[in-house]
Design a protein. Structure first.
Length: 104
């Protein structure tokens, strides 16, 4: 079983603002993913943690996003086939997360 993919994204927004931006970002991502044929199986907040699950092309991905006061931590459990692309997925997640959490 592959190790989980982990991305830590530092921010200086404060926990509440970082969570607000992530909540907005997940709604935008939901629309984009559905257009791409990716099904969102689970998407729910519990406190400052977002649990999610998506599936596409017979592959299921589950993960969490934990919002902290100074960083956001994404942890994703990739199936074997997608784990082959873990480095690319990590780069994209880091880039998009930084864009979302950059002060505006």
């Amino acid at each position: 079983m592959p190790k989980p993919l982990i991305v830590d994204i530092p921010h200086d927004l404060g926990q509440a603002e970082a969570k607000r931006r992530l909540m907005e970002g997940t709604e935008q991502a939901r629309a984009m993913l559905q257009k791409s044929g990716i099904t969102i199986d689970q998407l729910g907040w519990t406190g400052d943690r977002l649990d999610f699950g998506v599936s596409a092309v017979a592959q299921k991905v589950a993960g969490t996003i934990d919002v902290g006061p100074e960083s956001v931590r994404l942890e994703v459990k990739l199936p074997f086939l997608l784990a082959l692309f873990a480095e690319k997925i990590q780069k994209v997640a880091s880039k998009e997360g930084n864009l979302l959490l950059t002060k505006k």
